[in-house]
Write a protein that binds this ligand. Structure first.
Ligand code: C5P
Length: 215
C-alpha cells in the first residue's frame, strides 16, 4: 500500500527528535531519524581516515558501508552507539559530508527503501518535506532561538559546555542553510512552529491537532 509520511524538518536541537517520538507514540508510527545516516558516514570517515571534503572518497565509503551492512540499510544497523554518533568530532565533520549531492542521493534512496515497507511513519531531518517526501500530507518546520536550542542540548546530553554547543549549533545552521544541495529551508506547505517559548507538550499538542486536521 501507499506509505503515509509525516515530515519534520528544522535546525539542530529544535526539538525534532523529542516531538517525533511523541507523535510516533500518539499515532503508532514508525520513526526515522535521517541525520543518523549522515552521522554514520561522518563517523566512519573519521575512523577510516577518509577526508570528509574528498567527495568521491566519501561517496565510495558510503557505498562500501551499504554493501557491508547486512540488511542493506544503514538505518537499521545497531552497530553504532548514540554517544559515538553525537561526539564532537562527528558534529564537526557531518556538515561537510551532508553537502555532497551524490551522497544525499544515496541517503534519500535508503530512506525511500525504508519507508516503502512502513504503513505510516514520521521522518525527521533537514530536507524531508522539501526533497525526500515533497508530497507528505503533514509537514512541520520546528525552530527556536539558537541560545535556547544550545541550552536544551546541554541540559539533555550533559556534555560539552554551553559555549561549545552554541557555537556548533550556529555553525551547523549556517552550513545546512547555505549549502547548494537540499539546503535547510521550510517547505512551502510546512506548518512552522517556533518552540522558543513553548513546552514540549504544547509543541506536540499543536502537531497532533494539525495531523488530525489533515487526516
Ligand atoms: O539531526 P542531526 O543534528 O543529527 O543531523 C546532523 C547533520 O546531518 C545536520 O547538521 C545536517 O548537516 C545533516 N542532515 C541533513 N539532512 C537531513 C538530516 C541531517 O543534511 N535530512
Amino acid at each position: 500500500g501507499k506509505t503515509v509520511v509525516i515530515a519534520v524538518d528544522g535546525p539542530a536541537a529544535a526539538g525534532k527528535t523529542t516531538t517525533c517520538l511523541a507523535l510516533a507514540d500518539t499515532f503508532d508510527l514508525r520513526y526515522l531519524e535521517s541525520g543518523r545516516t549522515y552521522r554514520i558516514v561522518a563517523y566512519e570517515a573519521i575512523r577510516r581516515g577518509v577526508p570528509v571534503d574528498d567527495r568521491s572518497a566519501v561517496v565510495g565509503l558510503c557505498d562500501r558501508l551499504i554493501d557491508e551492512s547486512r540488511t542493506g540499510n544503514l538505518f537499521t544497523s545497531s552497530r553504532y552507539r548514540p554517544q559515538e554518533l553525537r561526539s564532537n568530532p562527528v558534529d564537526l565533520a557531518v556538515s561537510a559530508v551532508a553537502r555532497i549531492g551524490e551522497l544525499r542521493g544515496r541517503v534519500t534512496e535508503l530512506i525511500h527503501q525504508w519507508a516503502r515497507v512502513q504503513a505510516r511513519c514520521v521522518v525527521e531531518g533537514r530536507d524531508i518535506g522539501t526533497v525526500v517526501f515533497p508530497t507528505a500530507p503533514a509537514k512541520f518546520y520546528l525552530t527556536a532561538k539558537p541560545e535556547i536550542r544550545a541550552e536544551r542540548r546541554v541540559r539533555q546530553e550533559g556534555h560539552g559546555s554551553y559555549e561549545e554547543v552554541l557555537k556548533d549549533v550556529i555553525r551547523r545552521d549556517q552550513a545546512d542553510m547555505s549549502r547548494p544541495v537540499a539546503p535547510l529551508v521550510p517547505a512551502e506547505d510546512a506548518v512552522e512552529i517556533d518552540t522558543t517559548e513553548l513546552s514540549v507538550a504544547q509543541v506536540v499538542g499543536r502537531m497532533v491537532s494539525v495531523c488530525r486536521d489533515r487526516g
